[in-house]
Design a protein around this ligand. Structure first.
Ligand SMILES: Cc1ncc(COP(=O)(O)O)c(C=O)c1O
Length: 416
């Protein structure tokens, strides 16, 4: 028999996040701890289905017919209003195109495909690059590259302060070519948990306007970061109010706990309502060729919650509970490290926002934690605070303390 057609195919490198999760699954140790994946866990370490979601799930099931290529209209409208604000000028003026997507990743991927096909802002043949923050969510680069776009980075994080490098960020946005595509995390920056201040957001907007950059917001944590849907939409809404054109990817994975249902939306905020129907038709064409139409179940649940004031109120309450528990874990971890007199300054743990803490641990320390303590986090030192519980926080603090003492002379980040 002839050799396989695929004998030349090399093994792909494991995904930086999901690869660690798979190592965790293979570990036979009972007292292991997975802090690598961004999924909310309750105080017993169990996955959570929101009460409001359970409630909607009890409603009689509708049919399993295909839904339109662009998704469920009532979901799309509500998703756009949630992020842009119900009274947003662009919504009132009918300048927004929203399509349902396969969660946040799918929104980014469809948006990337559209940009590859249609974003030609100048006469030059060189296509604008996509600029993502350094560091960024591990999948950003791959999503844009797989659509054929070139990806570069702008400075975002200063490891000496464990905070946003505002000066570097503004300098980079000023120095890159006009009309570049700028990916901005709407809130709760992943992996650093460090967001721009309101003042810095204003400066970013000014540079974006001056340089005619095209912003692509990635909103994966609205309401999950601070517990307040409005507060977490601050940056997106400020940019919308300025009248610029932009793209917004939304995920309902974390804030509604609908991870595997793949519920998301992609919105184009356009300058002019005359372009809306053409943009919509091209998005539908892209969707048709990629996966034909999105899944119905999760978006139906989300649509019910977003469009019913009582359910919406219940959801807001649960958002407060989830974000509050994460903040409590941050506080407990900080206090445990301070009480152990772990070398370094750990104030960034409580200062950072959202699901993750960018601990400042280096790769050796992360591997040490994995091998000795069976604690799994990504090798850049990111730990999901949502994966911690009252029971496990002291185990994590023990591990960090030991790793920092063991490798104190070789600590990469000066946050510690
Ligand atoms: C910054 C960011 N963008 C997008 C996503 C996409 O997630 P999903 O496709 O599960 O909605 C994530 C998930 O972790 C994320 O952190």
């Amino acid at each position: 028999m002839a050799a396989s057609y695929w004998s030349h195919v090399p093994a792909a490198p494991p995904d930086s996040i999901l690869g660690i999760a798979s190592l965790y699954r293979k570990d036979p140790e009972k007292n292991k701890l997975n802090l690598s994946v961004g999924a909310y866990r309750d105080d017993h370490g169990n996955p959570t289905v929101l009460r409001v979601v359970r409630k909607v799930e009890q409603e009689p099931a509708s049919d399993h017919e295909y839904i339109p290529m662009a998704g469920i209209p009532s979901f799309c409208q509500a998703a756009a209003e949630l992020i842009l604000g119900g009274k947003a000028k662009s919504i009132i003026e009918k300048r927004v195109v929203t399509v349902q997507s396969l969660s946040g990743t799918g929104a980014l991927r469809v948006g990337a495909e559209f940009l590859y096909q249609f974003y030609h802002p100048t006469a030059t043949t060189e296509k604008p690059h996509v600029y993502i923050p350094r560091p960024s969510w591990g999948n950003h680069r791959k999503v844009f590259q797989s659509a054929g776009l070139k990806v570069a980075e702008y400075r975002y994080f200063d490891s000496s302060t464990c905070d946003v490098d505002g000066k570097g960020l503004i300098e980079d946005l000023k120095n890159i070519p006009c009309h570049s595509i700028i990916v901005l995390h709407a809130c709760a920056h992943n992996p650093t948990g460090a967001d721009p201040s309101e003042e810095l957001w204003k400066q970013i907007l000014q540079v974006v306007i001056q340089k005619h950059h095209l912003v692509f917001f990635d909103s994966a944590y609205q309401g999950f970061a601070s517990g307040d849907l409005e507060k977490d939409a601050f940056a997106v809404r400020m940019f919308e109010q300025s009248g610029i054109e932009m793209l917004v990817a939304q995920s309902f994975a974390k804030n509604m706990g609908l991870y595997g249902e793949r519920v998301g939306a992609l919105s184009f905020v356009c300058k002019d309502s005359s372009v809306v129907s053409c943009v919509q038709s091209q998005l539908e064409t892209i969707i048709r060729s990629m996966y034909s139409s999105p899944p119905a179940n999760g978006a139906r649940i989300a649509s019910r919650i977003l469009n019913d004031p009582v359910l919406l109120g219940e959801w807001k309450q649960e958002l407060l509970e989830m974000s509050g528990r994460i903040q409590e874990m941050r506080k407990m971890l900080y206090e445990e490290l301070v009480s152990r007199k772990t070398p370094g300054n750990w104030s960034h743990i409580t200062k950072q926002i959202g699901m993750f803490s960018f601990t400042g641990l280096n790769v050796e320390q992360v591997r040490y934690l994995r091998e000795k303590y069976h604690i799994y986090m990504t090798e850049d030192g990111r730990a999901s605070m949502a994966g911690l519980s009252r029971e496990t926080v002291s185990m994590f603090a023990d591990g960090i303390h030991d790793a920092v003492v063991q490798f104190s002379l070789r600590t990469a980040s000066s946050c510690l």
